[in-house]
Design a binder for this molecule. Structure first.
Ligand code: SAM
Length: 246
């Protein structure tokens, strides 16, 4: 009964979003989404998220300086930098390499860089998290990945690359929305929204159990918490937050 209701409500949502499905069928939606819609939407979302995630992020990144070298140098790499929502949380003087698969965030990225001149921007690479071949192995103190693992094609491949580029003892920081408890209404709605949400929001998957990927990746320590971020009327409230050490 539950399965049938999910399928029925999914079909209703598909009907509502039919113009986008048609644009996708014609090959128009995906390039438009990447170039225009998603950069615009992400800037608005970042402003809303900033209010909701400021405290957890401040707490999360508090021990980032501990992973610096004895000389005090701290080299970071961000996977899926987007508009640069995390720059404000990085310690002064750290050196950052920004990566993203989508090169269309220049304007919002520049605004964020101008606001956050306390960090040193080393490189901007258009690269998928699954393939960071431009970055030497063991060259970084920390890798940061927030709200990205929901969209990558290969979660395990991305974690493997993060591990490769980290030096031994370096840390992988994450904040990701995840699947809700399977017995909850939230999971029910996540299942209904899943296909349409993925199409509209550039491949974002609502029902990934990302804590399992992190548990199975070869980190030597994992500090992971399940939290709920109050984003009313959205299916992305359950999150995981924490860091893992190589
Ligand atoms: C929801 S945004 C989050 C941006 C930013 N990390 C934040 O917390 O605001 C997801 C970002 O991941 C990027 N992305 C999606 N798939 C990716 C992949 N395979 N490799 C690297 N970045 C990816 C998108 O282009 C987008 O910038």
């Amino acid at each position: 009964m539950r399965e049938a209701t999910i399928l029925f409500l999914r079909a209703c949502l598909t009907l509502l979003a039919m113009p986008i499905y048609i644009l996708s069928f014609l090959g128009i939606w995906e390039p438009f989404c990447r170039k225009v819609f998603f950069p615009f939407f992400l800037e608005k979302l970042t402003a809303l998220q900033e209010r909701k995630t400021k405290k957890p992020k401040q707490e999360l990144f508090r021990n980032l300086p501990d992973f610096g070298s004895p000389s005090g140098e701290l080299k970071l790499l961000e996977i899926g930098t987007g508009c640069g929502a995390n720059f404000q949380f990085y310690p002064p003087g750290c050196k950052i390499t920004c990566t993203d698969i989508n090169p269309n965030f220049q304007q919002s990225l520049l605004r964020s860089m101008n606001k956050n001149q306390h960090i040193s921007y080393e490189q901007f690479l258009v690269a998928a998290g699954e393939d960071l071949h431009q970055v030497p192995s063991g060259s970084l103190d920390a890798v940061i990945c927030t709200l990205v693992l929901c969209s990558v094609h290969n979660v395990n491949g991305t974690l493997k690359e993060a591990l490769r580029v980290l030096r031994p003892g370096g840390a992988f920081y994450f904040l990701e929305h995840v699947a809700a408890d399977h017995s909850s209404w939230k999971y029910f709605w996540q299942q209904i929204c899943y296909p349409t949400w993925k199409l509209i929001f550039d491949g974002c998957c609502l029902t990934r159990e990302l804590w399992k990927n992190l548990e199975e990746a070869n980190f030597s320590e994992l500090h992971l918490q399940h939290i709920s971020i109050n984003l009313p009327w959205t299916p992305i409230q359950p999150h995981i937050i924490g860091y893992a050490v190589k």
